[in-house]
Design a protein around this ligand. Sequence first.
Ligand code: TXA
Ligand code: MG
Length: 322
Amino acid sequence: MNNYTTETGTDINKAAELLINGELVAIPTETVYGLAGNALSGIVVKKIFEAKQRPFNNPLIVHISGIEKLSSIVKNVPDIALTLLQTFSPGPLTIILPKKDVIPDFVTANSSHVAVRIPNHGLCLDLLKRLPFPLAAPSANKFTGISPTDPSHVFSQLSGEIPYILDGGPCNNGIESTIVGFEDDTILVYRLGAITMEKILQIHPHVKLANDHKVIHSPGMMKHHYAPKTPLILTENIESTIRLYDNKKIAVLYFKTPALKLSTAYEKVLSANGNLTEAAANLYKALYELDKEKPDIIIAEKLPNIGLGQSINDRLTRAAAK
Ligand code: TXA
Ligand code: MG
């Protein structure tokens, strides 16, 4: 445990100065807040793992300000990777490529490959452009906890651990980047995220979910992750599940406004008319708020398994896993 008085503010100069001095700063991105530090310094990167209480075998994403910075940290960029970047960057796409030696082994957990992305957030891009190094940044939550989509979420998890939270407002996408790697002519999706399988398929016909094919083990695909403190159950039939637990203090996470609402202590609706983009943006905030009420159990409704619904179901499945 560090002993910082954690400040939240919009002072980009202060954020840059702290980072240049080897400190950690929580930064806004369009997906979730990141816990950032100098990606070229093994000492700084080690501090990220410690503040997050994250095991050293779980590698970090490196954030750069533009495609032109890629060649300084990766060895080569296959055509298909470049096409994906040109289509989706800046944006919630992370690509895994062979790393150059400037990236410390700590960042990649000794893998020969590094995960890179160009975030689509004005303040974050400004900050990256001011810095003489890229930023390693995992989501700014404690290990296995709920990812933060608002500065207050970061504060609730990392207060005392870091000096500064750069406030860029609530995150637009609200769900993490989609992580992809490349094998021959195939795009392997290691983590479903804000860019859907359908969108990637529009660019390239050969796309596979990596956990179906067990090519590389990505710790981001851990069974238990993204979890509130309260036990969570994911169900397709919310009414019958609520009835099963009617002697408990229940919190309910609905996808859309239900036709029949059973009375429960606490509830959140992700999107009143069932819009998946809105549901993704509200997901983690809703989980933080339900968790704060300290119910016995959170019952979450499964979303339609298409587009962003598939990515949200992925997070809720991991949140529910023991
Ligand atoms: O949207 C996002 O991706 C956010 C923002 C802050 O950019 N970041 C994020 O980072 O979600 P994190 O560390 O919470 O999740 C990144 C996942 C990890 O689970 C890790 O296993 C995987 O990416 N990963 C990182 N580097 C990797 C590598 N070299 N090979 C395989 N997987 C990697
Ligand atoms: Mg994370």
